[in-house]
Design a protein. Structure first.
Lengths: 445, 228
C-alpha cells in the first residue's frame, strides 16, 4: 500500500519538477551528475596549459551548438541543392540535346509502331529519367563529401537531441540520413538499433526521407512551375519529409509503439579532409543503383507503359481511350480533392510504385515529348497550377515506398503485417497532406 | 582451513581496460557463463590473496546504470541484489570526465567502492596531472592508480580490496547535490518509500532518484510489491 503511495508521490514530484525546470527530471538529474563531475575535475585534473583546443573542438563549438546546430544543418542542405541545380543545368541540356537528336532520327524509322516505341517509349520515357543523372550524381557527391569530412555524424548528433526529446533512440538519425541516398540500405542500417520498438519506429518512418529516386520528380516540376525558386522548392520537399518522419515517429512512440527508449553515447569522429577517391567511390556506390534501375526496371516499365498507351489497336496514342487511359480514369477521381485528378497523374502514381523515377518516366512516355519540354507540356495539357504541382510533389514524396523498399521492410521486420501497414499509412498520410495543401492553398490563391 | 571469501564486482566503461584487470587478478582461474535470463556473458574468477579467497565477478562494460539495456540492468542488479563486498570501478584516467559518470552512479548506490585509475601511463604521456588524493577525498572512496596492461598496480588494488572489505567502510560519505527542488522531491519520496517493504533491501534515497529518473525496472519493483 505504501508502495502505491510512493508511485503517487512520484507522479506529483515529476509534475512539479517539470513545471519548474521545463525539462524531464531525468535530464535534470543527469545534468547534476555532470555538474558534479566537472566541478570535481577542476580540483583534480590539471591539463598542460599549453594544450590547444583542437580544431575539431573549435568547429564543433559552432556546428553542434544547441542553437546554431539545426539552422546550420538546414542552411547546409539548402546550399547543397543550390549547388546541385546550378552545376547540373548545363549537363542536363547536353543530355536533352542528345535525346532530341536520337528522337529526330528515330521518328523516321519504320515500321511505324517501332518508331513510336523508340521516340515515345525510349526517348520520351527512359530519356526523361536519364536526364536526371547529373543532379542525382551531384547530390550523391555532396552527400559523400559531407559524410567523409565528418559532418554527417554531427548532423546526426544535432538531430539526435531533437529526436531524444520526442522519445526516439539516438542511433535513429543515422539511418535517416542514409535515406537521402536510398531508403533500402537505410532501412537495413536500422539493425544497429537494439531496442525493438525504436528499430520498428525508425524503419516505419524512414521512407519519408526523400531518396535520390524522388529527385527527378521534384526537379522536373520545380523547374517547370517554380523557375525562380527551384532550389528552395526542392529543399522544402526534403524538409517536409524530415518533419513528416519526426511527427510520425512521435505519434508511433506515443501510441502503438509505446515504451522506454535506449540511451547511446554518440561519439563524434574527428573532422577529416575528404579525398577525391573516397568521394567518388561513395558517389558511385549509390549512383550505380540508379543506373542499374534505369537499365532494368525502369526500361521494362517504360515499355509496358508504351504498350498500354498504344492498345487497343487503332486508338490514338496515350489517349483517354487507350488501356492506360482506362486504368487512369478509374483511379483519377481519388486524387481530385488533392488537385491532380487527371488520369495521367493517377497512372504515374500507380506505376511509381515500381520505382519513384517511373512517375517521371510514365509522364514522359504518355506525353511523348522531349524531356526538356515535358514540364511545359504538363502545365499546358493538364492545366496544372504551381499549387497543384506542389501538392503532387508532396504526394510523391510521402506515398507508398517503392516495391524494393517494401521488400526491405519485410526483410527487416519479418512481418507482412508491418509491411502492409507501412504501405497503407504512408499513402493515407500523403493523400491527407496533399489534399490539405491543395484545399487550403486554393483559399488563398 | 577454509579461507574467508570476499566478493568483488569489477565495473567500468567499455575500453577502460576492465578485462585486463580481471585477467591480472584471476589469471587462468576463470569461469564463463551467462547471466540468468539474458544472453550477456558472465565471467567469474577466483584469486587467492593473503588469508582471503576473492571471488571476482566481471560486470558488463557500460557507460551508465540505467534500465535501458540488458548490460546495464545486469551490472546494476548484481550490485544492488548480490551486494558484493567491494565494487571496483575501472576508470580510463585519460578520459576521466566520461568515465566518472559511471563512478558517480555507483557512488549513488552507496556501496563500498574503489576507483581504479587505469592507463596512468597515458595520462603522463599527455602531461596531465591527476591528484588522486584530492579525488579520493572529494568523492569519499579509495583510489588506486594502475597501468593494467603492464600489470602495474595489481597488488595495490588487492591490498585496497582487502582493506575496504575488512573495514566494511560505509560508503556514501559524499552526496551529489541535485538542486534544491529535486532534493525536496527526493526527501518526500524517501519518506513514502521508507514505509515500503523495498526500503529494507535497497537504499531509499537511491530508489527515490531512480523513480524520478523514470527507471522502468525500479517502477516495476514497486508495482510488484503492490500486487503481492
Amino acid at each position: 500500500m505504501s508502495s502505491a503511495d510512493a508511485l503517487k508521490v512520484r507522479e506529483e514530484s515529476l509534475a512539479r519538477l517539470k513545471s519548474i525546470y521545463r525539462d524531464e527530471a531525468e535530464t535534470v538529474i543527469a545534468d547534476a551528475r555532470y555538474g558534479f563531475i566537472s566541478g570535481l575535475l577542476k580540483d583534480v585534473l590539471k591539463k598542460p596549459s599549453l594544450e590547444r583546443v583542437s580544431l575539431s573542438d573549435k568547429i564543433d563549438n559552432v556546428v553542434i551548438n544547441r542553437w546554431l546546430g539545426i539552422p546550420l544543418f538546414l542552411a547546409l542542405m539548402y546550399g547543397v541543392f543550390q549547388f546541385v541545380f546550378t552545376l547540373s543545368a548545363p549537363f542536363m541540356d547536353w543530355i536533352d540535346q542528345f535525346f532530341g537528336w536520337i528522337g529526330g532520327y528515330a521518328a523516321g524509322v519504320s515500321p511505324e509502331w517501332f518508331g513510336s516505341l523508340l521516340t515515345d517509349g525510349i526517348v520520351g520515357g527512359l530519356g526523361s529519367v536519364l536526364i536526371f543523372i547529373p543532379p542525382i550524381f551531384l547530390l550523391f557527391i555532396a552527400i559523400a563529401i559531407l559524410e567523409d569530412c565528418g559532418y554527417m555524424a554531427r548532423a546526426a548528433f544535432v538531430m539526435d537531441r531533437l529526436m531524444h526529446k520526442i522519445g526516439l533512440h539516438g542511433r535513429s538519425f543515422i539511418p535517416m540520413i542514409l535515406g537521402f541516398g536510398c531508403n533500402i540500405p537505410a532501412i537495413m542500417a536500422c539493425r544497429t538499433i537494439e531496442n525493438p520498438r525504436d528499430r520498428l519506429t525508425t524503419i516505419l518512418v524512414n521512407p519519408f526521407m526523400s531518396c535520390g529516386a524522388r529527385l527527378p520528380i521534384f526537379v522536373l516540376l520545380a523547374g517547370a512551375f517554380f523557375t525562380a525558386n527551384q532550389g528552395l522548392v526542392v529543399f522544402s520537399m526534403y524538409v517536409i519529409g524530415i518533419i513528416a518522419a519526426i511527427i510520425m515517429a512521435l505519434i508511433f512512440r506515443k501510441s502503438i509503439l509505446k515504451g522506454p527508449s535506449g540511451h547511446f553515447v554518440m561519439e563524434l569522429p574527428p573532422y577529416r579532409m575528404p579525398t577525391v577517391m573516397g568521394v567518388l567511390v561513395h558517389m558511385w556506390e549509390r549512383g550505380q543503383l540508379f543506373l542499374k534501375k534505369a537499365g532494368t526496371l525502369i526500361f521494362t516499365a517504360v515499355i509496358v507503359i508504351w504498350f498500354l498507351s498504344s492498345m487497343p489497336w487503332g486508338t490514338d496514342y496515350a489517349s483517354a481511350g487507350s488501356w492506360i487511359g482506362q486504368i487512369g480514369r478509374v483511379i483519377a477521381p481519388v486524387f481530385s480533392p488533392a488537385g491532380f485528378g487527371q488520369w495521367q497523374a493517377g497512372v504515374s502514381i500507380i506505376f511509381g510504385f515500381l520505382a519513384k523515377e517511373v512517375v517521371v518516366g510514365t509522364m514522359g512516355t504518355i506525353f511523348a515529348v522531349e524531356e526538356g519540354l515535358l514540364g511545359g507540356v504538363i502545365s499546358s495539357q493538364l492545366g496544372w497550377t504551381p499549387l497543384v504541382a506542389f501538392s503532387f510533389m508532396v504526394f510523391c514524396l510521402l506515398y507508398m515506398p517503392c516495391v524494393a523498399a517494401l521488400g526491405a521492410i519485410r526483410g527487416e521486420t519479418k512481418s507482412w503485417k508491418w509491411t502492409g501497414f507501412a504501405a497503407v499509412y504512408t499513402t493515407v498520410i500523403a493523400w491527407i497532406v496533399a489534399t490539405l495543401i491543395f484545399q487550403i492553398g486554393s483559399l488563398f490563391i | 582451513m577454509a579461507k574467508k571469501e570476499i566478493v568483488v564486482a569489477l565495473a567500468g566503461n567499455p575500453n577502460s581496460g576492465k578485462t585486463t584487470v580481471f585477467n591480472n587478478l584471476t589469471g587462468a582461474r576463470q569461469h564463463v557463463g551467462n547471466w540468468p535470463g539474458v544472453t550477456v556473458e558472465k565471467k567469474e574468477g577466483i584469486c587467492s590473496f593473503q588469508e582471503y579467497n576473492l571471488r571476482v565477478v566481471d560486470l558488463p562494460g557500460v557507460y551508465s546504470l540505467t534500465a535501458y539495456s540488458p548490460d546495464e540492468v545486469v551490472a546494476r542488479n548484481f550490485i544492488i541484489d548480490e551486494k558484493p563486498d567491494v565494487v571496483v570501478d575501472i576508470v580510463d584516467a585519460s578520459n576521466l570526465e566520461r568515465n566518472l559518470y559511471l563512478a558517480v552512479q555507483i557512488m549513488e548506490m552507496e556501496v563500498p567502492l574503489i576507483i581504479a585509475l587505469n592507463m596512468m601511463d597515458e595520462v603522463e604521456s599527455r602531461k596531465y596531472k591527476i591528484n588522486a588524493k584530492t579525488l579520493s577525498q572529494e568523492i569519499g572512496t579509495s583510489v588506486v592508480q594502475m597501468v593494467a596492461n603492464r600489470n602495474q598496480g595489481t597488488d595495490a588494488l588487492l591490498d585496497e580490496i582487502v582493506r575496504v572489505a575488512k573495514k566494511k567502510i560505509e560508503a556514501g560519505g559524499v552526496r551529489i547535490e541535485y538542486g534544491r527542488e529535486v532534493e525536496n522531491e527526493i526527501s518526500k519520496l524517501e519518506e513514502a518509500i521508507s514505509k515500503s517493504p523495498l526500503a529494507s533491501r535497497y537504499s531509499p534515497k537511491w530508489l527515490a532518484v531512480k523513480l524520478l529518473e523514470g527507471d522502468e525496472e525500479v517502477i516495476k519493483k514497486f508495482q510488484e510489491v503492490i500486487n503481492v
